[in-house]
Design a protein around this ligand. Structure first.
Ligand SMILES: [Zn+2]
Length: 177
C-alpha cells in the first residue's frame, strides 16, 4: 500500500474521514493527539533528544458506556546502554496490559497515537509494530503526528503485512475477545 500523504490537523474533512473509517469520534481523535503530545513531554531521551509520546485508547469496560474508554500513555525511556532503550509504544502497551486492559480481560484497544518532533509523521519502529501485533487487531488504526501538526493514519495490518502472531504459535490471540 502506498504511504498516504500527511494531512493538516486543521482539515476537518481529513479528520472526519479517519474517524468514519476507524470508528472513532472526533473528540477521541483530538484526545489521542493531545495525550500523545503530552506524553512526549515525559520522554527520557538524553542520548537521542528524540522525544516520542504515545497514547493508547482502551475499550470501555462493561457498564462504562461508550465514553468510558481509558487512555494509557507512554514515552520513550532511554538507557546509557543504548539497546536497553524502550519505545513509547511499548511503554504504553506494557502499562495497559499490567492494568488489565487487554482483550483477555474483556477490554482491548481501539487506537494508538504516536507524536514526535520529526518533520513529517514518524511511524512505530519494526519492534514496536510486532509488539502492538501481540495485543491489537490488524484493523486497529495507528495515528501518527509530527511537529508541524500534520498526521497520517494507517492500520496495523498496513504497517505490518503478513504478520506473525499468537495464532501462528497456536496460542489464543489476546487481540481477539
Ligand atoms: Zn519502537
Amino acid at each position: 500500500m502506498p504511504t498516504p500523504s500527511p494531512s493538516p490537523i486543521t482539515s476537518s474533512e481529513a479528520i472526519d474521514a479517519v474517524c468514519t473509517a476507524h470508528g472513532l469520534s472526533v473528540a477521541e481523535f483530538h484526545a489521542l493527539r493531545a495525550r500523545a503530545t503530552e506524553a512526549k513531554t515525559r520522554a527520557y531521551c538524553p542520548y537521542s533528544n528524540f522525544r516520542v509520546g504515545a497514547a493508547l485508547l482502551a475499550r470501555a469496560g462493561e457498564g462504562e458506556g461508550e465514553s468510558g474508554g481509558r487512555y494509557v500513555l507512554g514515552a520513550n525511556v532511554e538507557n546509557a546502554s543504548y539497546p536497553v532503550t524502550t519505545c513509547a509504544e511499548r511503554v504504553a502497551l506494557g502499562t495497559a496490559v499490567v492494568e488489565g486492559l487487554h482483550s483477555g480481560n474483556g477490554r482491548g484497544f481501539r487506537a494508538i497515537a504516536v507524536s514526535t518532533d520529526a518533520e513529517g509523521p514518524a511511524s512505530p519502529c519494526g519492534m514496536c509494530r510486532q509488539f502492538i501485533r501481540e495485543f491489537c487487531e490488524l484493523s486497529m488504526p495507528i495515528l501518527m503526528f509530527d511537529k508541524n501538526d500534520t498526521f497520517i493514519v494507517m492500520t496495523l495490518g498496513e504497517l505490518l503485512p503478513l504478520s506473525f502472531g499468537p495464532d501462528n504459535m497456536g496460542v489464543k490471540d489476546p487481540a481477539k475477545p
